[in-house]
Design a binder for this molecule. Structure first.
Ligand SMILES: [Zn+2]
Length: 442
């Protein structure tokens, strides 16, 4: 790490950044805080200057849904490589999913992951705790002990698996109320998706692949919204992928129920047609993901829902896999895509270039809302004097072909290879310390 600048004594002056896409302004960072914002700020002699003409300043991005794979699958990703990827993507905090080996279902494991994040120092790692012991779906994990631990867990999820037992889900929702926690559900009715390979529809019919029907997601979302309302608890829906799910969440919110939802960048851009015909051929498992890529109509509904606030935030579901797990025949290949280093570009392409969101809207959905849902302190705050200096500087004007060769992630399973995407993260600041400058890790 670069300890030359951004130390407690010296400040950093960011010149001419467009805060949330507004008029250019200077930002003075000192002691990890934003201490002055205005035109023509005078820098001290020992202050560093970062020229930011034409760049957008956003609050440091926050991911509610990252798979860092450590402990257990360090061949796919580690806390260090995953948080380096996060910093390059403009993130200052990520929630690390619990489906590691061992599973993050005790205070000991979540504290281990939290400490690994602190030691790496590229972005804050907030562990997610498992809902059930070993993700087994049978016994509640030690939710209270994880909440009380040094890792201060507030988000609980068996992600990768659905908490399909309605009684267990009810108990989890009741339990987390004590510490203002939230249960994040991977909504997948297991019996309806046995052997499922891709979205159930016209394309799966033509290709002869077992379908993952929309109703398998929507049935669980309906049930869990009703359960959350019944017990008066907070529910978060992971990676919403269908138009029907959007309608259900809109209905739950209209009732005033405390339900939030996320959508992934890939579900905002890609469709199931790619399994049949794509720049990288047909049946390419790079497009195999859970929940699966859906139809163009679903993509349009998800974009509209993110724009109108029905879906609260973007979460990457960054799911690294080593080459040998992905480059198999379709049925044998692992599900999942990496996404930390392309999330902002994909959101620009899907939401900003289409006129659905402005940069303030992007900041809300990629930083403020996820921090709020995760009850994460010090992140997702407005760019104003006194706030922690967690910032991302982004150049929206460039367009380039996606090339994963230089990615910091240990894995290469990006579905965007061969596409041209806009934007580039130029700098990321974590509590005033640059983790990325000139698009490179410091
Ligand atoms: Zn999931």
């Amino acid at each position: 790490m670069n300890d030359r600048i951004g130390t407690t004594r010296d400040g950093i002056v960011i010149r001419g950044a467009r805060i949330l896409g507004g008029e250019p302004a200077d930002i003075l960072i000192r002691d990890g805080l934003l201490v002055e914002i205005g035109q023509g700020l005078s820098a001290g002699e020992s202050d560093e200057t970062v020229e930011a003409e034409g760049l957008i300043a956003l609050p440091g991005l926050v991911d509610l849904h990252t798979h860092l794979r450590e402990p257990g699958r360090e061949d796919a990703e580690t806390v260090t490589t995953g948080t380096r990827a996060a910093a390059l993507g403009g993130y200052t905090a990520v929630h690390a999913m619990a489906n590691t080996d061992p599973v993050a279902d005790t205070a000991g494991v979540v504290e281990q992951v939290w400490r690994l994040g602190q030691e790496a120092g590229y972005c804050d790692v907030q562990p997610v705790g498992a809902v059930t012991v070993g993700l087994g779906g049978e016994h509640l994990a030690e939710l209270g002990a994880m909440a009380d631990s040094a890792a201060r867990v507030r988000v609980f999820s068996d992600d990768g698996r659905c908490v399909s037992d309605a009684v267990l889900m009810r108990r989890a929702l009741e339990y987390v109320k004590a510490f203002d926690g939230v249960v994040a559900q991977h909504a997948q009715e297991p019996r309806l998706t046995e052997g499922a390979q891709m979205n159930e529809g016209a394309v799966s019919g033509r290709l002869g692949l077992t379908g993952w029907p929309a109703v398998a997601e929507e049935a669980i979302i309906s049930r869990d919204c009703l359960l959350a309302a019944h017990v008066g608890s907070r529910l978060h829906i992971c990676h919403v992928s269908t138009a029907g799910s959007v309608e259900l969440i809109r209905w739950a919110k209209s009732k005033g129920w405390d339900v939030t939802a996320e959508v992934t960048p890939h579900h905002l851009l890609l469709t199931d047609d790619l399994v049949e015909d794509s720049p990288v051929g047909s049946y390419n498992p790079i497009y195999k993901v859970n929940p699966p890529l859906r139809t163009r109509a679903d993509v349009e509904a998800l974009r509209a829902a993110l724009a109108d606030g029905t879906i609260d935030c973007v979460a990457t579901d960054h799911a690294p896999h080593p080459v040998e797990d992905k480059e198999a025949e379709w049925a044998a290949a692992a599900m999942g895509m990496i996404g930390l280093e392309t999330a902002l570009a994909v959101v620009q392409e899907a939401m900003v270039e289409t006129g659905l969101l402005d940069w303030a809207g992007v900041a809300e959905r990629m930083s403020c809302a996820p921090a709020r849902i995760g009850r994460l302190r010090g992140h997702g705050q407005p760019i104003e004097v006194g706030a922690p200096a967690n910032l991302t500087l982004y150049d929206p004007a460039v367009r380039a072909a996606v090339d994963p060769a230089g990615y910091a992630s240990k894995s290469r399973n990006t579905p965007y290879q061969g596409l041209t995407l806009p934007g580039r993260v130029v700098a990321t600041f974590l509590r005033g310390r640059p983790t990325v400058l000139d698009g490179k890790l410091t």
